[in-house]
Ligand binder design. Structure first.
Ligand SMILES: Cc1ncc(COP(=O)(O)O)c(C=O)c1O
Length: 436
């Protein structure tokens, strides 16, 4: 009962945790594994953190504050969509490392993390009660980001059942989009936004350029906003590694949607990015949207002040984003580390006969452990998830909320710990699953 005099939304929020695994995650963090001091400690693999090259980035960030005085503008208000110098530096970064075409700094708007950017975009692009379609499985927190404030509904578009069906990519066709549209309209809502994540969370799959073009054409024709979230775009696995090539018989080339947007110049196409994953600085809270829709950018600037990033963060990061020599070295080292993490995990899964989706990138491995479920329901999933944690200390992401039709598929974060700890996690899972 709403006895605390909150709004309807406020009361609903008291009953709706942002993530169902937060409490257990903090508990695991209190009892973290350490090879000498806590060898039986917990190994949280549920939150999408990347700690693989933090030392390298920390060094570069500290150089900025060590060698420079804080400029005067940092102490005052600036453009709510991002300080002009920070926007310029980030436009240069996107152009060089992702889009491979020039990027106009005026086409970017920043907020505190992709989370804010997603919320703001949904709020500005759709009306309450409209629907955003998202191919399943996908990031559980999208539901709250588009739902809590903007009141936009999530529609999980089922494109496949088994993880093995992802070997050739995500089979999202215009027929499937048409079907979703009539389904949504028959329920009295409107298909207003399509959200694609590439590389995908949790599957690690990517969309080919041809697919992106077909989907973009359909969206423009149907006046649907297409947003491509490339938050994992530089977290790519080296699929040319000799141990991995066989898993990608018809490899898909990664092409940034930003490159296609430069060509289309359509008001219906948008792009999201954040520094949380590729750079592993989720705590800095830097997210951005890129768009050629001037009305959207104007509205974003006028309505987005409450979400802006601190100038101190923008100043420090503009220095790092402008240092392309450092970033080249960082991403080369990071890609090697991430590929090694992926190898450790996938070797272990193969030895346990557990199938998984071959990943092109992201911080995850998406696996099918449905054969270990007691009952093939959400309750059964929760029981298995807790049982794994209680017996191994390995905390996977709960299956609930990814929106996929098959039960028993779980996500494992592979980048939150060093390789030695990751191997310990895999050894514990091996004992658990082979004893079952
Ligand atoms: C697909 C996706 N979008 C957005 C976010 C949130 O990112 P941020 O930390 O920048 O808010 C995440 C974090 O896991 C994510 O996986």
């Amino acid at each position: 009962m709403n006895s605390s005099h909150l709004s309807h939304k406020g009361f609903t929020a008291t009953q709706t945790p942002a993530r169902v695994d937060m409490k257990i995650y903090f508990e695991a963090m209190e009892n973290l594994y350490h090879p000498d001091q806590n060898p039986s400690g917990a190994l949280p693999m549920n939150v999408a953190e990347n700690h693989l090259c933090w030392e390298m980035l920390r060094e570069r960030i500290q150089k900025v504050t060590r060698e420079n005085d804080i400029p005067d503008w940092v102490a005052s208000y600036t453009d709510p969509s991002g300080a002009p110098t920070f926007r310029e530096a980030t436009a240069g970064f996107l152009s060089k490392f992702l889009f491979k075409v020039p990027v106009d700094a005026e086409s970017l708007a920043f907020s505190s993390g992709a989370t804010s950017v997603i919320e703001m975009s949904a709020f500005l692009l759709a009306n309450p009660g409209d629907t955003a379609v998202i191919p399943a499985p996908s990031y559980p927190v999208y539901t709250g980001d588009i739902g809590v404030v903007p009141s936009v509904k999530r529609y999980d578009l089922q494109t496949h059942v088994e993880v093995t069906e992802l070997n050739g990519g995500i089979s999202i066709s215009t027929e499937l989009l048409e079907k979703a549209k009539s389904d949504i309209e028959s329920k009295g809502s409107r298909f207003k936004i399509l959200i694609l994540t590439t590389p995908d969370n949790p599957t690690g799959a990517i969309y080919s350029e041809e697919q992106l073009r077909k989907i973009a054409d359909w969206c423009i024709q149907n006046e649907v906003h297409l947003v491509v979230n490339e938050i994992y775009s530089l977290s790519r696995i080296d699929i040319s590694h000799p141990e991995l090539t066989a898993s990608y018989p018809n490899p898909i080339d990664f092409v940034s949607f930003g490159k296609l947007m430069a060509e289309y110049q359509s008001p219906y196409l948008h792009f999201w990015y954040s520094f949380s994953k590729d750079l592993g600085i989720s705590g800095f809270r830097v997210g951005l949207v890129h768009s050629h829709n001037q009305d959207f950018l104007d509205a974003y600037r006028n309505a987005g002040m409450g979400h802006s990033i601190s100038n101190f963060t923008q100043w420090v990061m503009q220095e790092v984003m402008a240092d392309h020599t450092f970033l080249e070295a960082y991403f080369t080292a990071y890609r090697k580390e991430l590929t090694q993490s992926y190898l450790i995990v996938t070797r272990a899964l193969r030895s346990m006969n557990i199938t998984f989706s071959p990943s092109y990138g992201s911080l995850f491995v998406w696996m099918d452990i449905s054969r270990f479920l007691g009952e093939k329901t959400e309750k059964g999933e929760e029981k298995l998830w807790i049982d794994i944690y209680e017996n191994t200390g390995v905390l996977l992401t709960p299956a609930h909320g990814f929106g996929h039709q098959k039960r028993g598929l779980f996500r494992m974060v592979i980048s939150g710990m060093d390789h030695a700890a990751l191997q310990v996690a895999m050894d514990r899972l091996y004992s658990y699953f082979t004893d079952k």
